[in-house]
Design a protein around this ligand. Structure first.
Ligand code: GRF
Length: 225
């Protein structure tokens, strides 16, 4: 087996997606090592998850930087010495500058709680309910300067139920996030998922706008109970 890929994970909050990566690595479903977790929020619970797992953490508080470029430069400086193969935005609630994105192009992915291209930005679950959508879900995509608009790698969907609230739907979608994020990371690390000329590819095949549609038979992921 090849050397474990080196991951940096950027968070702002709970870090349940970070936990899904930690768990997938521990279960040998993901051949990777998280070498750094960065949070822009000093109190983010995800930092504790990282520390419990013995992962190096850094807090880079955006409030200490008077402009985005300086904050992004501090992020890049923290990541640079760690020889990182992939940077994962897992609930990282800051918009990154084009310069940062360019510096990490091809090795920067994000998880977003909607079936992109539907509902970039915030409030995704309420929008799905308000619009009477029959399904909602989550997408992992390569990051471009276009907010939540980069080429999608994988997407998983769940039906929107009549009685759903934004929070019940978010909880169901989050369980899907925990399945597709480790899988997408594995695909990026082993070269199955690639990105060229604004399109994502899986095993050399150009993916449709929403990326690969997850189904539980996809290799290497275990259903959560
Ligand atoms: C997730 O819903 C993710 O899709 C979004 O922010 C949330 C982060 O959750 N970008 P967690 O911090 O990983 O629990």
């Amino acid at each position: 087996m090849s050397a474990p890929a080196r991951l940096a994970v950027l968070i702002s909050g709970n870090g349940s997606n970070l936990q899904a990566l930690i768990d997938a690595i521990a279960a040998n479903q993901l051949n990777a090592r998280i070498v750094l977790v960065i949070s822009n929020v000093p109190s983010a619970p995800g930092l504790t998850r990282a520390r419990v797992a013995g992962i190096a953490t850094e807090v880079i508080d955006h409030r200490n930087y008077w402009e985005r470029a300086l904050f992004d430069a501090a992020l890049a400086e923290a990541i640079a010495p760690r020889a990182v193969d992939l940077v994962i935005l897992a609930g990282f609630m800051r918009i990154l500058s084009a310069d940062f994105i360019r510096a990490f192009a091809d090795r920067l992915i994000n998880i977003h709680p909607s079936l992109l291209p539907k509902y970039p930005g915030l409030g995704t679950h309420q929008q799905a309910i308000d619009n009477g959508d029959t399904e909602a879900g989550a997408t992992v995509h390569f990051v471009t300067a276009d907010l939540d608009g980069g080429p999608a790698i994988i997407q998983a969907a769940t039906p929107v139920e009549q009685q759903d609230t934004a929070s019940s739907l978010a909880a169901r979608v989050r369980r899907l996030e925990h399945l597709i994020l480790p899988l997408a990371v594995q695909w990026c690390c082993n070269g199955r998922a690639t990105w060229r000329d604004g399109e994502a590819f899986l095993d050399g095949q150009c993916l449709p706008p929403g990326g690969w549609r997850y189904n539980p038979a996809d290799q290497g992921v275990r259903e959560e109970s």
